[in-house]
Design a binder for this molecule. Structure first.
Ligand code: FES
Length: 133
């Protein structure tokens, strides 16, 4: 084995370790609900009927904001948009929501405009929602 092939193996090993670390960090973010949101930029208030208010930043999902604030909501898939357990009904402020994501369309949550997935919802202004129990 020559010196350059040893360096190549060393490179691949370092790349694999880096990729595993990156996946582990992502898994932790998803498990804790942090992976479903992004940096909090422009906070918007969401009234959750029967639970109170949560402040959600631009680019952050409603699920991320609710979990950060300690609110209870089912989220079995960890915010991947695949289980549908985080479904909410929008009672007010529909125009302040970003368009339904592909995951919401696939999950059938977007078949009615007021039914959305909290893990996929991105909010641009005040909204009132009711959590499906
Ligand atoms: S948490 Fe599974 S679809 Fe939202």
């Amino acid at each position: 084995m020559n010196k350059s092939s040893k360096n190549g193996e060393k490179h691949r090993g370092a790349f694999a370790v880096g990729a595993i670390k990156k996946l582990a960090r992502r898994l932790v973010r998803v498990r804790t609900g942090q992976g479903v949101g992004a940096k909090v930029k422009g906070p918007h208030t969401v009234s959750v009927v029967g639970c109170g208010e949560v402040v959600v930043g631009d680019g952050e999902s409603l699920l991320g904001g609710m979990l950060r604030e300690g609110m209870q909501i089912n989220h079995f898939c960890g915010g991947n948009g695949s289980c549908g357990t985080c479904r909410v009904e929008v009672e007010d402020g529909l125009s302040n929501l970003a368009r339904a994501t592909t995951a919401e369309v696939v999950a059938g949550a977007a078949s009615e405009p007021r039914k959305r997935l909290a893990c996929q919802m991105r909010i641009n202004g005040p909204v009132t929602v009711r959590v499906r129990m």
